[in-house]
Design a protein around this ligand. Structure first.
Ligand code: CO
Length: 169
Protein backbone atom coordinates (compact mmCIF):
# COMPACT_ATOMS: atom_id res chain seq x y z
CA UNK A 1 0.00 0.00 0.00
CA UNK A 2 1.29 3.41 -0.96
CA UNK A 3 1.14 5.89 1.90
CA UNK A 4 0.97 9.67 1.63
CA UNK A 5 1.23 12.52 4.08
CA UNK A 6 -2.14 13.83 5.26
CA UNK A 7 -2.76 17.26 6.74
CA UNK A 8 -5.09 19.11 9.08
CA UNK A 9 -8.13 19.05 9.25
CA UNK A 10 -8.24 15.38 8.13
CA UNK A 11 -10.25 13.43 10.75
CA UNK A 12 -7.70 10.60 10.88
CA UNK A 13 -5.41 12.98 12.78
CA UNK A 14 -8.04 13.34 15.52
CA UNK A 15 -8.58 9.60 16.12
CA UNK A 16 -6.90 7.53 18.82
CA UNK A 17 -4.59 4.92 17.30
CA UNK A 18 -4.70 1.18 17.98
CA UNK A 19 -1.98 -0.75 19.76
CA UNK A 20 0.00 -3.20 17.61
CA UNK A 21 -0.30 -6.83 18.66
CA UNK A 22 2.11 -8.40 16.19
CA UNK A 23 5.03 -6.97 14.20
CA UNK A 24 4.55 -8.45 10.73
CA UNK A 25 5.82 -7.47 7.28
CA UNK A 26 3.17 -4.77 6.91
CA UNK A 27 4.54 -2.96 9.98
CA UNK A 28 8.13 -3.19 8.71
CA UNK A 29 7.02 -1.88 5.33
CA UNK A 30 5.11 0.94 7.00
CA UNK A 31 8.23 1.92 9.01
CA UNK A 32 10.26 2.05 5.79
CA UNK A 33 7.61 4.08 3.98
CA UNK A 34 7.30 6.50 6.88
CA UNK A 35 11.07 7.00 6.92
CA UNK A 36 10.99 7.85 3.21
CA UNK A 37 8.21 10.39 3.70
CA UNK A 38 9.83 11.96 6.76
CA UNK A 39 13.13 12.52 4.93
CA UNK A 40 11.36 13.68 1.75
CA UNK A 41 9.58 16.45 3.66
CA UNK A 42 12.60 17.10 5.90
CA UNK A 43 10.70 16.32 9.09
CA UNK A 44 12.31 15.21 12.35
CA UNK A 45 9.41 13.00 13.43
CA UNK A 46 6.40 11.27 11.91
CA UNK A 47 3.53 9.24 13.32
CA UNK A 48 1.46 6.63 11.46
CA UNK A 49 -1.80 8.68 11.58
CA UNK A 50 0.05 11.32 9.52
CA UNK A 51 0.18 8.82 6.67
CA UNK A 52 -3.47 7.89 7.19
CA UNK A 53 -3.07 4.83 9.42
CA UNK A 54 -4.35 4.83 13.01
CA UNK A 55 -1.85 2.47 14.62
CA UNK A 56 0.72 3.17 17.34
CA UNK A 57 3.89 3.62 15.30
CA UNK A 58 6.16 6.65 15.21
CA UNK A 59 9.66 7.46 14.05
CA UNK A 60 12.05 10.22 15.07
CA UNK A 61 15.33 11.32 13.52
CA UNK A 62 16.66 14.56 14.93
CA UNK A 63 19.49 14.52 12.44
CA UNK A 64 21.70 17.44 13.45
CA UNK A 65 19.46 18.84 16.22
CA UNK A 66 20.31 16.31 18.90
CA UNK A 67 23.47 14.38 18.02
CA UNK A 68 22.86 11.82 20.79
CA UNK A 69 20.17 10.15 18.69
CA UNK A 70 20.01 8.54 15.26
CA UNK A 71 16.82 7.16 13.74
CA UNK A 72 14.51 5.82 16.47
CA UNK A 73 11.56 3.66 15.41
CA UNK A 74 8.94 3.19 18.10
CA UNK A 75 6.09 0.70 18.17
CA UNK A 76 3.51 1.10 20.98
CA UNK A 77 5.48 3.92 22.65
CA UNK A 78 4.39 4.78 26.17
CA UNK A 79 5.58 7.73 28.24
CA UNK A 80 6.12 6.36 31.75
CA UNK A 81 7.40 9.56 33.35
CA UNK A 82 7.20 13.21 32.37
CA UNK A 83 8.64 15.90 34.62
CA UNK A 84 9.78 19.50 34.64
CA UNK A 85 9.24 22.10 31.96
CA UNK A 86 11.08 22.39 28.67
CA UNK A 87 12.29 25.91 27.92
CA UNK A 88 10.39 27.96 25.32
CA UNK A 89 10.69 26.45 21.86
CA UNK A 90 8.77 26.64 18.60
CA UNK A 91 7.01 23.53 17.40
CA UNK A 92 5.75 22.69 13.94
CA UNK A 93 4.23 19.64 12.26
CA UNK A 94 4.32 18.20 8.74
CA UNK A 95 0.53 17.82 8.99
CA UNK A 96 0.04 21.49 9.94
CA UNK A 97 2.12 23.19 7.23
CA UNK A 98 3.73 26.59 7.67
CA UNK A 99 2.58 27.26 11.22
CA UNK A 100 4.84 27.32 14.28
CA UNK A 101 4.11 28.04 17.91
CA UNK A 102 5.55 27.54 21.38
CA UNK A 103 3.98 24.53 23.11
CA UNK A 104 4.26 23.74 26.83
CA UNK A 105 6.08 20.40 27.23
CA UNK A 106 7.72 18.43 29.99
CA UNK A 107 11.53 18.40 30.08
CA UNK A 108 12.43 14.93 31.28
CA UNK A 109 10.70 11.84 29.96
CA UNK A 110 11.08 8.13 30.33
CA UNK A 111 9.59 6.40 27.31
CA UNK A 112 9.26 2.71 26.62
CA UNK A 113 8.59 1.18 23.20
CA UNK A 114 9.16 -1.86 21.02
CA UNK A 115 11.61 -1.69 18.13
CA UNK A 116 11.17 -3.31 14.70
CA UNK A 117 12.83 -6.49 15.94
CA UNK A 118 10.29 -6.82 18.73
CA UNK A 119 12.74 -5.84 21.48
CA UNK A 120 11.46 -3.69 24.32
CA UNK A 121 13.51 -0.53 24.81
CA UNK A 122 13.52 2.46 27.13
CA UNK A 123 14.87 5.97 26.62
CA UNK A 124 15.33 8.51 29.39
CA UNK A 125 16.18 12.01 28.23
CA UNK A 126 15.80 15.70 28.95
CA UNK A 127 17.11 16.90 25.58
CA UNK A 128 15.14 18.01 22.49
CA UNK A 129 14.28 14.37 21.79
CA UNK A 130 11.93 14.58 24.78
CA UNK A 131 9.82 17.31 23.14
CA UNK A 132 9.62 15.51 19.80
CA UNK A 133 8.66 12.21 21.46
CA UNK A 134 5.84 13.96 23.37
CA UNK A 135 4.63 15.52 20.09
CA UNK A 136 4.65 12.12 18.34
CA UNK A 137 2.92 10.22 21.15
CA UNK A 138 0.26 12.96 21.11
CA UNK A 139 -0.37 12.11 17.43
CA UNK A 140 -1.16 8.52 18.46
CA UNK A 141 -3.77 9.88 20.86
CA UNK A 142 -5.36 12.17 18.26
CA UNK A 143 -3.78 15.32 19.68
CA UNK A 144 -2.06 17.94 17.51
CA UNK A 145 0.33 20.60 18.83
CA UNK A 146 -2.28 23.26 17.95
CA UNK A 147 -4.56 21.60 20.54
CA UNK A 148 -2.03 22.51 23.24
CA UNK A 149 -1.34 26.17 22.44
CA UNK A 150 -2.73 29.28 24.16
CA UNK A 151 -6.05 30.89 23.04
CA UNK A 152 -4.10 33.82 21.58
CA UNK A 153 -1.91 31.45 19.54
CA UNK A 154 -5.03 29.58 18.42
CA UNK A 155 -6.42 32.84 17.09
CA UNK A 156 -3.15 33.34 15.17
CA UNK A 157 -3.57 29.83 13.77
CA UNK A 158 -7.12 30.60 12.62
CA UNK A 159 -6.02 33.77 10.83
CA UNK A 160 -3.11 31.86 9.30
CA UNK A 161 -5.65 29.32 7.96
CA UNK A 162 -7.81 32.08 6.51
CA UNK A 163 -4.79 33.55 4.72
CA UNK A 164 -3.85 30.13 3.35
CA UNK A 165 -7.37 29.75 1.96
CA UNK A 166 -7.15 33.13 0.27
CA UNK A 167 -3.83 32.15 -1.26
CA UNK A 168 -5.06 28.82 -2.59
CA UNK A 169 -8.49 30.15 -3.59
CO1 CO B 1 3.40 16.35 14.05
Amino acid sequence: MKVELITYPNKILKAKSEEIKKIDDSIIKLLDNMKEIMYKYKGIGLAAPQVGINIRVTIIDLQKNDPGFGLVEMINPEILENAGEFEEHEEGCLSVPDFYSPVPRGKYIKIKYIDRKGEERTIETDTFFSVVAQHEVDHLNGILFIDRISPLRKELFRSHRRKMHLKTG
